[in-house]
Every structure is written in structure tokens, then in C-alpha cells.
Design a protein around this ligand. Structure first.
Ligand SMILES: Cc1cc2nc3c(=O)[nH]c(=O)nc-3n(C[C@H](O)[C@H](O)[C@H](O)COP(=O)(O)OP(=O)(O)OC[C@H]3O[C@@H](n4cnc5c(N)ncnc54)[C@H](O)[C@@H]3O)c2cc1C
Length: 489
């Protein structure tokens, strides 16, 4: 029988532990929430189902999306403002991103950068033209589609992908070691190998604790100020994917860990929280590195282009999977031929002429010939009238043999990360269906629907997890302190 996700406080015979703030999950959002709650004067218990903290963030590339004119951006010679960052994110993180969350994130980005640096995170002041394929820490990169169409016409391009390492290979491991240690040093009590099973609710609707399981035993932990859910997303829960975003099921590169089982989302929902944009995901199709492959053309099953190939891999994947049913080919000529470094792509066809290539592909007769003849004619003049790919990636595909790589979703591993979750306000409070905060319940990171409501740029997940994790920590602590001061005696 499945466990209840919400328990009534009356059923709790004994509180086995208590703290002002109880945090479920010790990853990017949980660690930052713990640091800030401690700094605000709250005592904190963190329950973490794994043997140690770090979460998915510890396995990550450690890129954090920061902007508005950070010292790293300035040192690399880039101008940026919170307004330009806002323009980009509102256009790219949609459709219809949450203006309040995006605005708070952009306005607070410089302060967040400084806070991370104060906690010991180092950012290398070196700009790298390509995000991927570097054998050492690239420093600062364009980690989305800032510098390609259509967004380079909407906002002034600025690289905002900050690698959180100053030497060697970039690594989320270093980031999370730094943040989890900072949380423990600040005095957060971490209960590892302890899984949060349910929220405990008072009769008036306030969330006042959690039920956990450790070593097969259940116990109850009281939260005087609030509970913060930071248990990651639901990419590892096939049933939830089938219900909310079945088109993600064929994507085999799961960007997450076993803990991304949707548990926090379900607990929050059972307590009255609203789930938002559960279909949103980062879907990545890394056709490059090497960068020369941006000079190829991506075509759909009608033999037509559908995007500028210099867009970010998350945009390429989204367009390929959601708009083209995940059935796409990358057409290249001998001058640029290579296999994408991160995809084991099959060669679907080779031909000395376009007609020969087309004959071996499942395309309507003449379609690829029409596409290539139009593309080559304009590429020779450094133009892409359809999708405005940048001139540096434009050259006629004319040197035989031509080849088509099969980049269909059932052939190569598209990467997926879920972006839907509990709806929060800018303070990290979980909202109910009327848009009101649920007293005592907070959340951050992939348990929530954060800054991205679709379109993704690398670094935004750790970015909004750490940013709103901090806010949730401060809010829960402030509530605990208010309650403490209001108590008689
Ligand atoms: C290979 C890879 C590369 C990536 N690269 C980047 C990148 O460069 N930049 C970026 O922004 N994002 C990146 N991501 C995504 C990013 O790491 C995550 O989306 C982000 O860490 C989410 O933060 P979080 O705090 O919500 O979850 P996590 O950091 O995963 O933390 C959640 C924690 O909760 C724990 N937990 C789960 N359920 C329970 C429970 N019931 N009770 C108690 N504990 C529980 C988990 O064990 C985990 O420790 C990458 C991910 C992967 C896998």
C-alpha cells in the first residue's frame, strides 16, 4: 500500500527531532537554503535520502547562469545589464515564463554572484567561444542562444554561462562540495540516508513537519518555521513522465539521478500546492562540438530545414522533438564531415550528388534538392534568409560526398531534464490553487517550476536552484523567528 504524502499532526504521537527549518534534499537548492536559514538565525535539519549531499548538481558540469555585468563578464570584456538579461530570459525561457521569477532572478544576479564567491566558489575570467569540447575549464561561455537568431535581435548578446571552477576540468562536484561543506560548517544538522516520505499538516493547514524513514524506521521531525522541499525533479519517474510529458519517454539521456522521482512534487501537491508547466523540459540535441557541424543543415522528414543550426543544443532538441516528432537528419558535405562528439550518430546515407543522397533517405522526391539548392545559393553570399544563421557558419554544402547523419530520437540519446514543478512566489513559498502561499511550505530547484518554462539555457537549473533556494531558506527562517518571538514567555 502506498504511503500517505500528507499526515495530520494529530496522528503524530511523538516528535523525534525538531528544528526551526527542515529541508528535504541536500543538493543545489537544499544546500543554499540551509546556508541562508542558518545565517538568518534559524536552526536547521536537512534530511537527505542519499549517503551524502550534492544531488544531481554534484554530477553536473557546474555551469551557473549569471549576468547583469558580473566581474567575470567585465573581465572578459562583455557588457551586460539586468535589463538585457531580463529581455533574453523572457524571450528564451518560454513560452510565457513567470515574469516575477525572471525579474527577481535578473535583478538579484550580481548579488548572487558575489554571494557564491563569498562562499568560496571561483569563476575563471576566461571567455571560451565554444561551451563544449574544452579539455579544461572554459570559464565564461554563451550557454544558450544569446548570440544567435532570434535572440541576438531581441537582447544585446552577452555570455552568462559561468563555470564554477577556476582551473582544471569544470565540475559540479567542486561546487557542491563547497556548498554542502559551507552549510554544515554553518551548523546545519544533516541526516543522510534519510528519506522524506510525507509532510505533516496542522488542522489549520500549516505545514509543521515531515515524516522520514532511515534504516527502515519511520520518525517525525517537527519544523517550527517551515519545511523546504528541495528534492529535485521527476525525470526518473516514468509514470509521471507518461502522465505529464509522454513525448519525453523516448529520450534516453536522463539528466538527473534516481532521487529525481517526483517525491517532493507529489508531497507538495498533496498539501495543496499547485503543479505548474509539468510538460516543460530541457531537451538537448548536441549536434556540436565540433563547431564545424553548425555549417551543416538540420532537415525534417519533409526534407526541409526548421531551425538555425547555430542555436543552443537545448533549442535544437526542443524544435527537433516537439516540432518535428524527433525525426531529423543533419546533412553535411565532405568539407565539414565529422561525427558529433556527444552523439553516436549513424550515417543514414551518402551520395556523390544531392539527388543520390536524397534517393537513400525517406524523403519526398526533390525535397532535399530544393532545400539545398536554396540554402547553397544564399550561403554562398553569406546569407540565411530563412533562419538567419550567422555568416561564420554559412558555406554551400557542395563538396562531395554529401552525407546525412540520422539524429532521430530513437537513434541518438536526446538529453532531458524536467522543468515543471510546484509553483512558488519570489520568496520561495509554495502557492495553492488560489495563488496564496501555503503557510510553512517552501520549495526551490527542480521540485518547482522556476525561471524556465520551456526554453532552457545551460546554467539556469543550478542558477535558479541556488538563487531561490537561498530565498526559501531566508523566508522559512524569518517565519520561524516571527513565530518564536510571538510565543508567550
Ligand atoms: C550530467 C549533468 C550535467 C548537468 N549540468 C548542469 C549545468 O552545468 N548547469 C546547470 O544549471 N544544471 C546542470 N544540470 C542539472 C542540475 O544539476 C540539476 O537540475 C540541479 O542540480 C537541480 O538542483 P536541485 O537542488 O533541485 O536538485 P539536486 O541537486 O538533484 O538535489 C536534490 C537532492 O534531494 C535528494 N532527495 C530526493 N528525494 C528525496 C527525499 N524524498 N528525501 C530526502 N532527500 C531527497 C536527492 O538525493 C538530492 O541529493 C546537470 C545535470 C546532470 C545530471
Amino acid at each position: 500500500m502506498s504511503q500517505p504524502l500528507v499526515r495530520n499532526a494529530r496522528e503524530i504521537a511523538r516528535w523525534d527531532a525538531q528544528a526551526d527549518v527542515v529541508i528535504a534534499g541536500f543538493g543545489a537548492a537544499g544546500a543554499t537554503a540551509a546556508i541562508e536559514a542558518r545565517a538568518a538565525g534559524a536552526d536547521v535539519i536537512v534530511v537527505e535520502r542519499a549517503g551524502a549531499g550534492g544531488g544531481s548538481a554534484a554530477n553536473s558540469g557546474g555551469v551557473i547562469y549569471l549576468g547583469g555585468g558580473t566581474p567575470t563578464q567585465k573581465a572578459c570584456g562583455f557588457e551586460d545589464t539586468p535589463e538585457e538579461m531580463f529581455k533574453y530570459l523572457m524571450a528564451a525561457c518560454g513560452p510565457s515564463p513567470d515574469e516575477g521569477l525572471v525579474s527577481a532572478y535578473c535583478d538579484g544576479s550580481l548579488e548572487h554572484y558575489a554571494w557564491l564567491v563569498d562562499r568560496g566558489i571561483r569563476f575563471r575570467p576566461r571567455f571560451a567561444a565554444a561551451e563544449l569540447g574544452a579539455d579544461e575549464c572554459p570559464g565564461l561561455v554563451y550557454s544558450g542562444t544569446e548570440n544567435a537568431w532570434p535572440f541576438n535581435e531581441i537582447a544585446r548578446p552577452a555570455p552568462r554561462g559561468h563555470y564554477s571552477a577556476d582551473q582544471g576540468l569544470a565540475s559540479g562536484g567542486v561546487l557542491m562540495q563547497t556548498l554542502t561543506q559551507a552549510a554544515m560548517k554553518a551548523g546545519a544538522a544533516v541526516h543522510a540516508n534519510t528519506r522524506c516520505l510525507a509532510l505533516v499538516v496542522e488542522s489549520d493547514g500549516r505545514i509543521c513537519g515531515v515524516v522520514v524513514r532511515a534504516a527502515g524506521e519511520q520518525s517525525a521531525v517537527r519544523a517550527r518555521g517551515g519545511v523546504i522541499l528541495t528534492t529535485g525533479g521527476f525525470i526518473s519517474n516514468r509514470e509521471m513522465l507518461a502522465r505529464h510529458a509522454p513525448w519525453l519517454l523516448p529520450c534516453t539521456n536522463v539528466v538527473g539521478i534516481e532521487g529525481d522521482d517526483g517525491g517532493g512534487l507529489m508531497m507538495g501537491q498533496a498539501a495543496g500546492g499547485v503543479l505548474c508547466r509539468m510538460d516543460a523540459a530541457d531537451i538537448s540535441l548536441p549536434i556540436y562540438p565540433p563547431l564545424q557541424l553548425r555549417k551543416g543543415i538540420l532537415i525534417n522528414r519533409h526534407g526541409q530545414r526548421f531551425i538555425n543550426e547555430d542555436a543552443y543544443m537545448g533549442r535544437l532538441g526542443e524544435f527537433a522533438l516537439l516540432h518535428q516528432q524527433g525525426r531529423v537528419f543533419l546533412v553535411v558535405d565532405d568539407a565539414i564531415f565529422a561525427r558529433p562528439e556527444y552523439l553516436e550518430a549513424d550515417i543514414a546515407a551518402v551520395g556523390e550528388t544531392i539527388a543520390e543522397l536524397e534517393a537513400d533517405l525517406p524523403l519526398p522526391s526533390g525535397a532535399l534538392q530544393a532545400t539545398l539548392s536554396f540554402y547553397n545559393e544564399h550561403a554562398a553570399k553569406g546569407r540565411d534568409p530563412l533562419f538567419r544563421k550567422k555568416a561564420e557558419y554559412l558555406a554551400p554544402l557542395a563538396q562531395p560526398p554529401l552525407a546525412a547523419l540520422d539524429l532521430s530520437v530513437d537513434v541518438v540519446p536526446y538529453g532531458v531534464l524536467t522543468l515543471g514543478g510546484l509553483q512558488i512566489d519570489t520568496a520561495g513559498a509554495v502557492l495553492d490553487r488560489d495563488g496564496d502561499p501555503i503557510p510553512g511550505l517552501y520549495a526551490a530547484g527542480r521540485t518547482t517550476s522556476g525561471v524556465c518554462k520551456g526554453g532552457y539555457s545551460s546554467g539556469l537549473s543550478i542558477g535558479d536552484s541556488t538563487f531561490f533556494g537561498r530565498r526559501a531558506g531566508r523566508s522559512a527562517a524569518a517565519r520561524a523567528i516571527r513565530e518564536r518571538e510571538a510565543r508567550p514567555g
